[in-house]
Write a protein that binds this ligand. Structure first.
Ligand SMILES: Cc1cc2nc3c(=O)[nH]c(=O)nc-3n(C[C@H](O)[C@H](O)[C@H](O)COP(=O)(O)OP(=O)(O)OC[C@H]3O[C@@H](n4cnc5c(N)ncnc54)[C@H](O)[C@@H]3O)c2cc1C
Ligand code: FES
Ligand code: FES
Length: 493
């Protein structure tokens, strides 16, 4: 058992213990590591000023020669969770006397005024250069969505991102993928880690058995995915829970399994990876995940964290409800010493506002759902105050399986026939909802009248609340209209 988190920071090995291991990474970089180039502005994961590059040795495949560096926000993750990773900050970007390509482009394009956001933009652009030698406008704006600037109006920053070119000499992966340091990280992270300070302990076991034994022995333990939720709460003054369980050292929780009909992701699989895999197996879900948070959040936050958070406006929940989602959970070994496992359908998971049907000590190991069938027409949508990176007031997931034989109508046109309908909503009750009554009512010939009556049934069946994102009556109208739009689009073909 180790009592320290091992990280490689700008290529230098660091063992971090006790109080420092439980600090947020950005604060630690600035106050303890003396690297104040990383800025903290919002401390909530929203502005990107604290962006650093991170490569995990745990999710690494043996054939990879180079580390896979991605951008993340350092303000809302503890240092202990960086165990086994390589972190590069803005101080690590310069090559001798030469600025990195991203730094040079920002300088040339006059893309910095007060300069507070600048290190974050440099790191976001550098993350882009790790994947794209030269970016088009869409790619550049995707990589920049997680960074805010109050001064420049963005045009010069976008210009910097469009004119910059990657160079081999400055590639972060090439500069920082030292095989010796990588094998050191890999071998250290084969040992469990326990860091403690002032009554708070964070345990990171290397096996599921240890994890469930610990969570059963410490009721009230907070399981950590990427801790994007916890990080925000702590920065707002909430104390760290006294017992934390990080699953980052358990290899089986990083797996992705595909069968002909189902997709399964381990609880450590990030939203960025889920989006990538879903492009082939659930394309509408992949498209929808483009609207989920920034790259800096998606590169670390997990799908299982979104599910376990249990918010009725969690973006992925309506999709998982209509896609036959099941969470796989594990708990303390039984009499024969075998870890107990069971599956809970998503439709039975939420039993009250942010309340899950998990027993004390149970942790989620995987989530599985159906591949989208070629016969389904699916639409996932959300109503927000702005298009990107916003929390939903209402979200909807709709799927219709249509019969291939179309009924001829009087004017010679054909009409689609609904064999199976699946409808779910978020933001319309204390829990996300699947709507079997509406689904039944939709079976049969799809007509304008049937769509209208389903929309009315939706409005009658939901019990939204009024809050800052919308009144109950607004949500009722929005929920019905989302379905109307979908139904009419299907009808028009
Ligand atoms: C800036 C920002 C933007 C965001 N944008 C969006 C957005 O667009 N849409 C959206 O829906 N959400 C959004 N979120 C919320 C959050 O990021 C997501 O819910 C994310 O998926 C959480 O993943 P995580 O790995 O960080 O989970 P964590 O924060 O680590 O965990 C969340 C909850 O799940 C529990 N948990 C985690 N893993 C397990 C497990 N294996 N077993 C049991 N319990 C577990 C934790 O104890 C905690 O209660 C945003 C958050 C931030 C900070
Ligand atoms: S300081 Fe704003 S995202 Fe971290
Ligand atoms: S230059 Fe001032 S915030 Fe961007």
């Amino acid at each position: 058992m180790r009592d320290f988190a091992l990280i490689h920071l700008n290529g230098v090995r660091r063992e971090i213990r006790g109080r420092e291991a439980l600090m947020m990474l950005a604060e630690w970089l600035r106050k303890e590591a003396g690297l104040s180039g990383t800025k903290i502005v919002c401390a909530e994961g929203d502005c990107g000023a604290c962006t650093v590059l991170r490569a995990s040795c745990r999710a690494r495949s043996h054939s990879d020669q180079y580390l896979n560096f991605e951008a993340m926000n350092s303000c809302i993750a503890t240092v202990a969770q960086m165990d086994g990773t390589h972190i590069v900050t803005v101080e690590g970007m310069q090559c001798g006397d030469h600025l990195s390509p991203a730094q040079e482009a920002m300088r040339k394009c006059h893309a910095s005024q007060c300069g507070y956001c600048t290190p974050g933009f440099v790191m976001a652009i550098s993350a882009m250069l790790e994947r794209h030698d030269q970016a088009d406008a869409r790619t550049a704006s995707n990589y920049l969505t997680g960074n805010l600037c109050r001064c420049t109006g963005y045009a010069p920053i976008v210009e910097a991102a469009l004119t910059v070119r990657a160079t081999e000499k400055h590639s972060v992966a090439r500069r920082y993928s030292d095989p010796h340091l990588i094998s050191e990280s890999v071998s250290s992270t084969k040992l469990s880690m326990l860091v403690e300070y002032d009554g708070t302990k964070l345990f990171a076991p290397v096996s599921l058995r240890e994890a469930v034994t610990f969570s059963a022995a410490h009721p009230g333990t907070r399981v950590l995915g990427a801790a994007t939720d916890l990080g925000v709460q702590v920065n707002k003054g909430k104390p760290l829970p006294t017992s934390l369980l990080s699953l980052h050292l358990i290899p089986e929780l990083y797996e992705t399994k595909l069968t002909r009909s189902r997709v399964t992701f381990g609880s450590r699989v990030t939203l960025a990876e889920v989006r990538r895999v879903s492009q082939d197996v659930a394309p509408e879900f992949a498209r929808f995940l483009n609207l989920f948070a920034s790259p800096q959040i998606k590169n670390v936050a997990t799908l299982v964290g979104n599910i376990a958070n249990g918010s009725p406006i969690g973006d992925t929940l309506p999709f998982l409800l209509i896609a036959g989602g099941e969470v796989h959970v594990a708990s303390r070994p039984g009499a024969k010493g075998v870890v107990r496992k069971r599956k809970i359908p998503m439709t039975e998971l939420y039993v009250g506002y942010k309340k899950l049907a998990l027993e004390i000590g149970e942790i989620i190991t995987h989530i599985s759902f159906d591949r989208t069938s070629a016969k389904e027409v699916m639409s996932l949508c959300k109503v927000t105050q702005r298009k990107d990176l916003d929390i939903s007031a209402v979200s909807g997931a709709f799927s219709l399986t249509l019969k291939s034989i179309l009924k001829a109508s009087r004017n010679g046109k054909t009409t689609p026939y609904v064999v199976c309908a699946r409808i779910a909503y978020g933001g319309v009750a204390a829990t996300p909802l699947r709507m079997p009554e509406v689904e039944l009512a939709l079976q049969g010939e799809l007509t304008t009248e049937r769509i209208e009556s389903a929309a009315h049934l939706i409005a009658r069946s939901i019990k939204p609340i009024s809050d800052v994102r919308g009144s109950a009556s607004y949500r009722r109208v929005a929920a019905a209209n989302l379905f109307r739009r979908f139904g009419n689009e299907v009808l028009r073909g």
